[in-house]
Design a protein around this ligand. Structure first.
Ligand SMILES: C[S@@+](CC[C@H](N)C(=O)[O-])C[C@H]1O[C@@H](n2cnc3c(N)ncnc32)[C@H](O)[C@@H]1O
Length: 281
């Protein structure tokens, strides 16, 4: 009788994969993530016709083969957890009066926002609903959002903007009625964000580890939530410093509740609950 066993992730291969994740994404994976990595990457072994993790590491290290698999690897290992109106206090802060004041102080009628680790788009469309409602459908002032992430898989989902009905349960009813479309098929549980929101969001891939971010627009709002937590302190500071250059004076930076950064040397003032305001240089 043959014995059956699953392919196991040995310590050496695990350490090599941890190094790769760190080098490419800046993410520090602890040993408690070993089982998670093993389970998620078994599918990639299968997809590449491999039967052990050492060969998978060799593939990711190979100068000729690497390019084909690296994005799949990244898409598989990152944590994409997100939801509509996550950490709601941030969106409550952005009421119409606050946004009007922000724009009046900047002397502009164009609000530019950036979600810099946007995952599958729930944060982006939450912000889009809030901005569109506050601007009376972009009539009082214009708004646009840049949404970026390292993962192509989540960006594809975010662009499609299709979710399950239960995902939008946290959206206040007035906004849901206005901006969430139901499928024509009454059996379907799918919902889609309204085109007037989708048309104002531009998606793109951006790795926060890059030495600079090629984004020309100065932002009024930057969301960098629930991603710093995966980086080590030095990287956290460097990422916040780089993003700070893209925030105009008076603009707001939103970090997740569990994200921390030492912003002491940066031109930032903590307003409340991980909301920072960019000071003049
Ligand atoms: C936990 S989700 C947070 C999503 C959203 N900001 C929120 O708070 O709900 C973290 C996101 O950060 C992205 N990410 C991880 N490392 C990154 C990097 N180096 N550059 C850009 N995005 C990264 C992941 O792909 C993932 O979509």
């Amino acid at each position: 009788m043959p014995q059956w066993t699953r392919v196991e992730l040995g310590d050496r291969a695990f350490e090599a994969l941890v190094r790769l994740v760190h080098e490419h994404c800046g993410i520090t994976l602890s040993t408690v993530k070993k089982t998670m990595l093993e389970t998620r990457l078994r599918r990639r072994l299968h997809a590449n016709g491999l039967d052990n993790f050492d060969d998978y590491v060799a593939l990711l290290r190979s100068p000729t083969e690497r390019a084909k698999e690296l994005q799949n690897f990244v898409d598989t290992v990152v944590t994409n957890e997100t939801s509509f109106f996550r950490e709601r206090a941030h969106f409550d802060h952005l009421d119409a009066a606050e946004l009007d004041r922000l724009l009046a102080n900047a002397g502009t009628r164009q609000l530019r926002a950036w979600s810099a680790a946007c995952s599958s788009g729930q944060e982006v469309y939450t912000l889009a609903m809030v901005l569109d409602a506050a601007s009376d459908g972009a009539t009082k002032w214009d708004w646009q959002i840049l949404a970026t992430d390292i993962s192509v898989k989540v960006l594809t989902a975010a662009r499609e903007a299709i979710y399950r009905a239960e995902d939008v349960a946290s959206v206040p009813p007035a906004l849901r009625d206005r901006y969430v479309l139901r499928a024509r098929d009454p059996q379907s549980e799918a919902v889609r964000m309204a085109p007037e929101l989708r048309s104002r969001v531009q998606f793109g891939q951006l790795n926060l580890m890059h030495s600079e971010y090629h984004v020309k627009t100065k932002m009024d709002l930057i969301f960098l939530r629930n991603v710093l937590i995966y980086f080590e302190p030095k990287t956290q500071e460097a990422v916040v410093a780089k993003l700070c250059r893209h925030l105009r004076p008076g603009g707001l930076l939103f970090l997740g509740h569990s994200d921390t950064t030492r912003s002491g040397s940066l031109p930032l003032r903590l307003i409340r609950g991980n909301i920072y305001q960019r000071l003049e240089d």
